[in-house]
Design a protein around this ligand. Structure first.
Ligand code: 5AD
Ligand code: SF4
Length: 484
């Protein structure tokens, strides 16, 4: 444990004596202190202080980055996308090992920049640094990193920022767990018209391959009153689309006495004026209730899209993964959803190469992809994560077998996506216009309720509006459209 001398996990295990409301006020004071430090630094240098926040991984991380950026802006720091900034913050992911490797690679480049500019501050936060082995590696091989903080104490970023601006030695503040939620810190939004809203944190499912329960901690739900207040505030500030975020939204409210269920929460969000689209992520198939299907089917605002990770089409593998449903019950659920909502877009996540998997199991996944008729799927090669149960399971397939199995699943996904997305061809549908097309500035990019992108001729003034477009040309996963 020598490497972690200033990570005193027990001291930082928050329990009863800790009051989230008091913490919230304390952190607001810290923003004032940081702002004063930034102001004098700006005067001393005669220029702006800049920060670049780089996000790896999922929507949870994107939302956390918005909170970090909100604090930076409140302190008078300018945000930039250029990593030559005074402060660079990597908000990391560790769900698969290649996410970690990408961070190490990019950190090497930051180290070179820091040699030229010793005042540069390099910060790492997010899921990857919740692993003790990572902190050890950073201390040994990346000692130029100035600060490391984890997922549980992101709310105290103002306080950490004060320290970053004042101290020269590496600051490490990573907590093993938390049972609290601190509300009400400043945040900025990437898009003025749509926003993620955390409804719960952590995960209690312990799928045998997954590191999330270890790095994001136990499942805890926010109070519905806090969530609804946030959505109301977002609506008042011009947001019309919200994405309710949690690792397992279908178990929302569990553990909070007298709290409403997830379908109940959706009904309440739906009542908020100004909100036109509601999305949510992620649904675990084992907890998806008939009540949720009813609420979705009868709602004008809940988008016609469900991300329903299946992971595998083989009962044997599902059991080893600890997913707690069978191929049959999953497909039955898909059938029920399609009966209630014939137009629903269903997407999924699939893992290939799980230890114990054989070629026949991959064939089962391929046939499930066809039966479930997905609009899209993310396909991953299994990545061994230290500390998870599956990391001790013996591998069954060779790298070549995994790679050819992966290609088979991918081909099935692409075939289904092409076929199923084609059902919209020729229709006139509503898009929310999100941004200028990256490749061709004459085009704008909008999103259908079913999450499919449509590119159509238009200009930036349309951003944030809802428009009807005719879906003229099907490009497989997306459409070229025309305004009508
Ligand atoms: N290896 C590969 N994919 C993984 N996922 C989670 N853990 C792993 C792992 N160890 C995938 C799952 C999950 C998605 C977010 O990431 O498919 O649904
Ligand atoms: Fe990981 Fe399973 Fe929890 Fe999803 S439900 S975050 S895959 S443990």
């Amino acid at each position: 444990m020598h490497a972690f001398r200033d990570v005193d996990y027990d001291r930082y295990t928050i329990t009863k004596e800790y009051d989230p409301d008091v913490e919230s006020i304390r952190q607001r004071d810290m923003i004032k202190s940081a702002a004063a430090l930034v102001k004098s630094k700006k005067e001393q240098l005669g220029r702006d202080i800049t920060a670049c926040v780089v996000t790896f991984g999922c929507q949870m991380n994107s939302r956390d980055s918005e909170k970090i950026s909100g604090v930076l802006l409140s302190c008078g720091i300018s945000l930039t996308e250029d990593e030559n900034a005074d402060i660079v913050i990597y908000n990391t992911c560790t769900v698969r090992d290649n996410a970690n490797q990408r961070v190490y690679g990019r950190l090497g480049n930051l180290g070179v920049m820091k040699k030229k500019n010793p005042d540069k501050k390099i910060v790492l936060c997010g899921c990857m640094v919740q692993e003790t082995a990572v902190i050890e590696k950073l201390r040994e091989s990346y000692s130029f990193v100035d600060m490391i903080f984890g997922t549980h104490n992101i709310y105290k970023f103002p306080e950490l920022l004060v320290r970053l601006l004042q101290e020269d030695k590496m600051i490490v503040d990573v907590w093993k767990k938390t049972d609290s939620i601190v509300e009400d810190l400043p945040t900025v939004r990437k898009y003025p018209f749509k926003s993620g809203v955390n409804i719960m944190f952590g995960c209690d499912n312990f799928c045998s391959y997954c590191i999330v329960p270890y790095v994001r901690g136990r499942e805890r739900s926010r109070k519905s009153s806090e969530i609804l207040d946030e959505v109301r505030r977002l609506s008042e500030s011009g947001v019309s689309e919200v994405m309710l975020l949690g690792q397992n939204v279908n178990s929302y409210g569990r553990g909070l006495e007298g709290e409403i269920s997830f379908p109940g929460l959706l009904r309440e969000v739906e009542k908020i004026d100004g909100i036109r689209r509601i999305r949510f992520m992620t649904s675990h198939p084992k907890d998806l209730s008939d009540e949720l299907i009813d609420v979705m089917a009868s709602s004008d605002k809940i988008c016609s899209h469900l991300h329903l990770p299946v992971q595998s089409g083989s009962d044997k593998v599902l059991e080893m993964m600890n997913r707690k449903y069978s191929r049959e019950s999953y497909l039955k659920l898909v059938g029920k959803l399609r009966k209630a909502m014939p137009d629903l877009s269903i997407t999924t996540d699939i893992i290939v190469g799980f230890p114990g998997e054989e070629e026949a199991d991959i064939d089962d996944t391929v046939s499930l992809v066809h039966e479930a008729a997905y609009d899209n799927a993310f396909t991953f090669i299994y990545s061994k994560r230290a500390g998870t149960p599956a990391s001790n399971y013996p591998a069954t397939l060779s790298d070549e077998q995994i790679s050819s199995g992966f290609n088979k699943v991918l081909a099935a996904v692409q075939e289904e996506a092409r076929k199923n997305v084609a059902r919209f061809a020729g229709r006139t549908m509503e898009v929310l216009v999100e941004e200028v097309n990256e490749k061709d500035k004459e085009y704008m990019t909008g999103r259908l309720s079913g999450n499919v992108l449509v590119h159509f001729k238009g200009d930036a003034s349309l951003t944030g509006s809802y428009l009807k477009v005719k879906l003229v040309e099907n490009k497989g996963f997306y459409y070229i459209g025309e305004r009508v």
